[in-house]
Design a binder for this molecule. Sequence first.
Ligand code: GTP
Ligand code: MG
Length: 195
Amino acid sequence: MIIKNVTLETVCGITSPLPKNERMEVAFAGKSNVGKSSMINALMNRKALARTSSQPGKTQTINFYNVNSEVYLVDLPGYGYAKVSQSEKEKWGKLIENYLHKSPMLKAVFLLIDIRHEPSANDKIMYDWIVSNGFDPIIIATKLDKIKRSQIQKQLKLVRTGLGVKPGTVIIPFSAETKQGRDEIWAYIEGLMKE
Ligand code: GTP
Ligand code: MG
């Protein structure tokens, strides 16, 4: 994908209505700090349009990035952030659930999992949630630069089995540092744009 222009077009909190976009949307879900916003920046060739932080809980709204007026990359708030109150967690859960459930232009959901760790109970819940909304999640194994090459296959297997993914599930290793996996993710999105 040749990036011509990108804008943060819509920011949705719990009380804001979802935008009625005319272009396809693809969303990125995953626990706090897994690297969703960093990955969106890497996809858009931007350093910091999507705000990132080493502190979990940075993205607290649903952010719609318009790319070339062709497709929206949708940054979702992370889950599993311990320092947030239970009522906040429930609000974010509802926000994400409502979005997955009610977005006619949402064509694919990517679920990001840190390649270093076995998926958590929340990751599994999120995976099942995405499936129950009728999507086949594409798994992105993030922070690839943090492990040795010799560990990659073993860790990918841990992610697959930990989530209990359906056979044929696409899993793409990715690093926002080296940009490895970027072209593969765009190729997948561009494939959807042609459907
Ligand atoms: P929330 O908005 O809190 O849900 O987090 P997020 O999933 O958007 O994570 P974010 O992109 O803010 O990244 C969290 C931290 O991980 C930041 O310090 C990033 O620099 C770092 N990070 C993200 N991706 C990578 C990666 O591929 N490699 C390395 N080494 N660090 C990464
Ligand atoms: Mg974020």
